[in-house]
Design a protein around this ligand. Structure first.
Ligand code: 9L3
Ligand code: MG
Length: 147
């Protein structure tokens, strides 16, 4: 039974010609001081130079939780325990559509490193808005900082 959280339209029932939605996950990772981790997208990729909540695309058949665990292990070298979903952001770009699901990370272990050469920043919540972000990440900041 699909749950309210699983809004992916199976390919078989998607309207003919509808562009596929790329499912992306990201995590809100906090340190002991309550700062939040942002990663800078590297040169040569789309949205290069912008700061994002770390994560990436689902692989085929992966749940959001599995994708998040894998992405954050690959990109940052940490083992994470995803908690509640903070926000789901549908995003239409001129050339593609994606849906970003952002989860709170309730616990993590290891040492955070930019394993793909990306710059990292631990940012106090009230400074998140100072970092230029991909359009999909902007509503996340609002969700995290609104009372
Ligand atoms: N994206 C946006 N915000 C994020 C993440 C992790 C990803 N916090 C967008 C950028 C790309 C797409 O999702 O257009 C796929 O991400 P990636 O696989 O290029 O990292
Ligand atoms: Mg990524």
């Amino acid at each position: 039974m699909p749950t309210a959280k699983q809004e992916t339209i199976p390919a078989a029932t998607a309207p003919a010609g509808a562009p596929r939605v790329i499912e992306v996950v990201a995590g809100v990772i906090r340190d002991r001081r309550g700062r939040i981790l942002l990663a800078r997208r590297t040169e040569g990729r789309d949205l290069a130079g912008l700061w994002e909540f770390p994560g990436g695309k689902h692989e085929a058949g992966e749940t959001a939780e599995a994708a998040l665990k894998r992405e954050l292990r690959e990109e940052l070298g940490i083992a994470v325990e995803p908690g509640d979903r903070v926000i789901r952001v549908p995003q239409a770009y001129p050339h593609k559509r994606l849906c970003l699901d952002v989860y709170d990370i309730r616990a993590w272990t290891g040492t955070v490193r930019g394993l793909e050469g990306q710059a990292l920043a631990w940012v106090p919540p009230h400074k998140l808005a100072d970092y230029p972000m991909p359009p999909a990440d902007v509503p996340v900041v609002a969700a995290l900082t609104q009372p």
